[in-house]
Design a protein around this ligand. Sequence first.
Ligand code: APR
Length: 254
Amino acid sequence: MTSAGIDQARSLVQGAQGIAVLTGAGISTDSGIPDFRGPKGLWTRDPDAEKYSSIDFYLSDPELRVRAWQFRLSNPVLVAQPNAGHSALVALEHSGKLQRLVTQNIDGLHLAAGTSPELLTEAHGNTREAVCTSCTWRGPMSETLDRVRAGEADPACSECGGILKSATVFFGQSLDPACVQAAFDAAASCDLLVCLGSTLAVYPVAEMVPIALGEGTPVLIVNAERTEFDESALVLRGSLSELLPEIFSGLSES
Ligand code: APR
């Protein structure tokens, strides 16, 4: 990455007061969590793996659920720690410039790094909780994983006997309308939209970019590969855990 690109990005950040940030799986790969569509992504390596995240397959195939619970036991998310990219976004918040952080990630690493919960929208849910697909029960994922370790291969809801899953949004499910509205409102009202580690290929969250562009708001994209919106943005190509500390360094604490 040229220093000119970084200087341009720093200048955009310095000149903005209310920054909306959208993060994707690319900010967590340096924490040991694979992304989906990158060169070593989960979907890149095994296109069938997407079934584990499809609600129809999950509800209809007990064997798939058993494999999904075994995966959850060894999920890298359980041991992952935030990296310098997550920490750089905490520094951005401490500067007073972060209006909202919308993440597509379910790993909880923004909260673990210190991002304030009230500024964070986890648009695709999180893996901290398990939920019932038939009633309103929800509880700590750790307790349900204890049931799996104790021998329940596909633990049923203790309230209604329904199928349990992680509190993440599966393909075929709708996002929480409040999350979508918060993301769209942030894109419409911010004075800079920063998109980090995402192919920007999945809606409705990716709609944040055209919403911001429609308001004449500048868009900064930092990503290892091209995205759907590169032509309309300032693009920095490279590693987020290396670039973000440079882009967000030197911001005075508000
Ligand atoms: N630095 C910069 N970019 C990176 C890094 C890194 N260290 N590691 C990966 N990337 C880039 C990849 O090259 C890729 O372009 O991050 C991008 C991640 O894109 P995706 O794998 O498509 O992830 P994301 O955009 O978050 O996917 C959106 O799709 O599968 C669903 O629900 C899932 O939330 C996910 C959604």
